[in-house]
Design a protein around this ligand. Structure first.
Ligand SMILES: Nc1nc2c(c(=O)[nH]1)N[C@H]1C(S)=C(S)[C@@H](COP(=O)(O)OP(=O)(O)OC[C@H]3O[C@@H](n4cnc5c(=O)[nH]c(N)nc54)[C@H](O)[C@@H]3O)O[C@H]1N2
Ligand SMILES: Nc1nc2c(c(=O)[nH]1)N[C@H]1C(S)=C(S)[C@@H](COP(=O)(O)OP(=O)(O)OC[C@H]3O[C@@H](n4cnc5c(=O)[nH]c(N)nc54)[C@H](O)[C@@H]3O)O[C@H]1N2
Ligand code: SF4
Ligand SMILES: [Mo]
Length: 723
């Protein structure tokens, strides 16, 4: 490795593609702001992407030197109401005072903290510790609640442990059949598409379940296009047929599971003909899918946001898990259920304590033993740790009410939260808002204090990929002088709030503490060190370090190898058996009616990332995906007398969003699709429904009832142009 080259990982999605960053010699790319200081060079030794990157990863360095990047703190001036430059001392002091004032006036739970699944493990851990130890608040949650919380809840319920994928991606091409439910991998994790291509080259079959014929669905042997919000019925229908056709694995059910009689009865109550009526997927197609899945010797079901972001997401994932368990496709080599986690540290971000109900190591905040363990590591009394707080949407909804001030790090809810106009209004009603970000996001623009932070390539830290593989991102260049790392921000605030110790700024020092905090917990990182990750290219958790192993490790001896594959010897439940959960279909929180006759579903496009805060500022990506659109079927377009490219409004009970019509037969005629990456008049989340799943508290991003209207431009003569 040349010494101007640093092996690291992409700042964006959970695939965490490996890349090398090479410093560009001064002068070679121009000078000053705007000159990109590093270039991405192929890194072929990381097995997950073997050098391949999508456009977002390839262009990620652009934001490092971008003119729109924040380079100094900002404080809102009382006189002008505008954000104005300030020193770090002023900004940290104003933040500490803003948070402390709410605490003094209204109690510790009047202070909220909102984190992000893009934060490294070290940051997520420190943010959770900061909330509980320094602020003493229970009111902390994060955007991962909007992401994979339903799959996480279902995982815990069935398997006793939540790791998105219980096997590495490299197993996918060797299984017999993959059912991919509501994932548009070809656009959301392009380098991973190769695993599906290889699966089919090896003779394996691919079933894709998506209301749209996406670029991913085009790869499938069988594409099922259910009505949005009906995956639960679909999975139950498949299980019903598997039972009726004698395709269940009774030996596996008897030896490895519990609860089958109830789950079986629940599935048998869902007749295939009824499922056809609910989902729009015909019985013959359903039968074909069951045969394809069960005839293969091994099989996997993988879900992503499609079935999960529903007000019944937990039960829906549970239904797919039941299908896996009943057919013996779990806890065996090359078989199982997995969730494709989304954000860069979507997995690690949910393990180390920025979630409302959780302590590091995936420990429960309500478990006295877990509280005692973590309190010991933190040097505080177990009783001083607050209990569980509100979930993400509930927390945002409580802003300006019981929660008076907020520290936000790593999320842009003005664009990404459901019922976003309401959330924006809640944020505006706060007594005090501080936002740490790398750019002036739509949410940062509302803040009283903006804290500019370092970016991925300027700092070191670990992430845990969708495979459960703990990876090391390394610092490749020095940050501009005006910015500080998130860890430095939290250290500075802790100090001002009376905690001089316990909040180190060195990521490795934080990780060493995290190892101890997670020791013995479900997500045990105690055997993982920076050095091991660097040498081994990543380590899968759980990776405990039993007594004596530290010395062995120091001496170069054999230690716990990490756990690429889970559940092969038993599930993580007390009796080692996977638990069936009986589930029944229920409608979406909002079904179409005469006033709102169409279904809206939302999601992503390949060139933009999430709220777009970062990718909308990269020229190449912005050119590829310049703005919102409304995908609709030609029949719907005809009924509305709308042509390709004409502006339409999508209106729900919560508000309206506009965009040009994109007319395509690749979507169901009863459904329109909008990507959610943009603010303003095209903000899809103005329209979405914050109905929550009762278990995971996941909002129903994937289905709500809308009316679609043509927006005719007024003509001088008062008429409208022909439609
Ligand atoms: N380009 C890009 N890549 C990303 C991201 C990004 O913003 N942009 N974000 C990252 C993150 S955080 C995440 S969580 C992942 C998300 O990755 P995905 O889950 O693949 O992304 P989505 O586009 O939200 O949803 C996937 C599919 O669900 C379908 N769908 C909609 N409603 C339903 C339904 O009711 N049932 C079923 N079965 N399917 C439905 C949509 O048509 C869509 O094609 O992507 C990650 N990668
Ligand atoms: N309608 C609809 N809405 C959705 C979804 C959907 O499918 N449909 N998907 C949901 C999902 S799955 C997700 S994950 C959310 C994501 O939505 P958001 O939480 O808004 O995610 P990002 O846009 O990634 O926001 C991250 C912010 O943090 C900043 N940032 C990046 N790295 C760092 C860092 O290290 N430190 C700090 N301090 N800041 C940083 C970025 O610049 C950006 O402003 O959106 C959800 N919203
Ligand atoms: S697929 Fe994800 S991790 Fe890989 S380059 Fe693209 S955004 Fe980055
Ligand atoms: Mo996500």
């Amino acid at each position: 490795m040349r010494d101007d080259t640093t092996p690291t990982h992409c700042p964006y999605c959970a695939l965490q593609c490996g890349m090398n960053l090479r410093r560009v010699p001064a002068g070679a790319a121009g000078t000053g702001r705007g000159a990109v200081p590093v270039e991405v060079v192929e890194r072929t030794d990381f097995p997950v992407n073997r050098g391949a990157l999508c456009g977002k990863g390839r262009t990620a360095p652009e934001l490092l030197s971008s003119r729109v990047r924040l380079t100094g703190p900002l404080i809102r001036s009382h006189a002008t109401g505008r954000l104005a430059p300030a020193t770090w001392e002023e900004a940290l002091r104003a933040t500490a005072e803003g948070l402390a004032r709410s605490r003094t006036d209204h109690g510790p739970d009047a202070v909220g903290v909102f984190g992000g699944g893009g934060l490294t493990n070290e940051k997520a851990y420190t943010l959770g510790k900061f909330a509980r130890v320094v602020l003493g608040t229970s009111q902390i949650d994060y955007n991962g609640r909007f992401c994979m919380s339903s799959a996480a809840a279902a995982h815990n319920r069935a398997f006793g442990l939540d790791r998105g994928l219980p096997f590495p991606l490299e197993d996918i091409p060797r299984t017999g059949c993959v059912v991919l439910v509501g994932s548009n991998l070809a656009e959301t994790m392009p380098p991973a598409l190769r695993y599906l291509t290889e699966l089919r080259e090896n003779g394996g079959r691919l079933i894709v379940v998506d209301p749209r014929r996406t670029r991913t669905a085009e790869q499938a042997d069988l594409h099922l296009a259910p009505r949005p919000g009906t995956d639960l019925a679909l999975a139950l229908g498949m299980l019903h047929l598997a039972v009726a056709e004698g395709r269940t694995d009774e030996e596996f059910i008897a030896s490895r599971t519990s609860g089958w009689p109830e789950a079986r009865a629940a599935a048998m109550a869902h007749w295939p003909e009824w499922v056809e009526r609910i989902t729009g997927v015909g019985v013959p197609r359903l039968r074909e899918a069951v045969a394809m899945f069960c005839d293969a010797p091994t099989g996997m079901v993988l879900t992503a946001r499609g079935p999960e972001q529903q007000s019944k997401g937990t039960d829906t994932v549970g239904a797919w898990i039941n299908l896996c368990l009943a057919t013996g496709r779990a806890g065996r080599p090359l078989s199982g259920y997995g969730c494709l986690t989304g954000q860069g540290n979507g997995q690690g971000g949910r393990e180390h304590g920025q979630k409302a109900d959780q302590l590091p190591g995936y420990r429960s905040l309500e478990d006295p033993a877990a509280r005692a363990h973590v309190a010991r590591v933190w040097g505080v009394a177990p009783d001083s740790l607050p209990g569980p707080g509100r979930s993400a949407y509930e927390l945002l909804d409580a802003l300006g009410g019981p929660v008076r001030s907020l520290l936000l790090m790593g999320s842009n809810p003005v664009v990404s939260a459901p019922r976003a106009a309401h959330v924006e209004e809640r944020l505006r009603s706060l007594d005090f808002l501080a936002v740490a970000d790398v750019v002036l996001s739509e949410t940062a623009a509302l803040a009283d204090v903006v804290l500019p932070v370092t970016q991925w390539a300027e700092e070191t830290g670990t992430t845990t990929s969708l495979e459960g593989r703990v990876l090391l991102r390394r610092r490749a260049l020095t940050a501009p002088p005006g910015v500080r790392s998130d860890l430095e921000v939290l250290h500075g605030l802790a100090e001002l709030l009376g905690h001089e110790k316990g909040f180190p700024t060195d990521p490795e020092e934080v990780f060493e503490e995290l190892r101890r905090a997670t020791a013995g917990g479900p997500a045990d990182y105690s055997g993982i060190t920076y050095r091991r990750i660097a040498e081994e290219g990543g380590v899968f958790w759980p990776c405990p370090e039993p007594v004596g192993d530290a010395a062995r490790r120091e001496a170069g001896g054999a230690v716990h190898p990490g756990t690429p594959r889970l559940f092969l010897d038993g599930f993580a439940t007390p009796d080692g058996r996977a638990r069936f959960v009986p589930v029944a279909h229920r409608p979406a929180a909002e079904e179409p009616d005469a006033e709102y006759p169409v279904l809206l579903t939302t999601g992503r496009v390949v060139a933009q990332y999430q709220s777009g805060a970062q990718t909308r500022r990269v020229a190449e990506l912005n050119k590829a995906a310049p703005g919102p659109f409304v995908e609709m079927h030609p029949r719907l377009a005809e009924a509305l007398r709308v042509a390709e490219g004409e502006t339409v409004a999508v209106v729900s009970r919560r508000g309206r969003a506009e965009g040009p019509a994109r007319v395509t037969a690749a979507i169901r005629a009863d459904t329109v699709f909008m990507p959610f990456h943009w603010p303003g008049s095209g903000r899809a989340n103005t329209v979405t429904n914050p109905a929550l799943d009762p278990t995971s508290r996941m909002p129903e991003f994937k289905v709500c009832a809308v009316r679609v209207e043509a927006v005719r431009e007024e003509r001088p003569d008062g008429g409208t142009p022909p439609g």
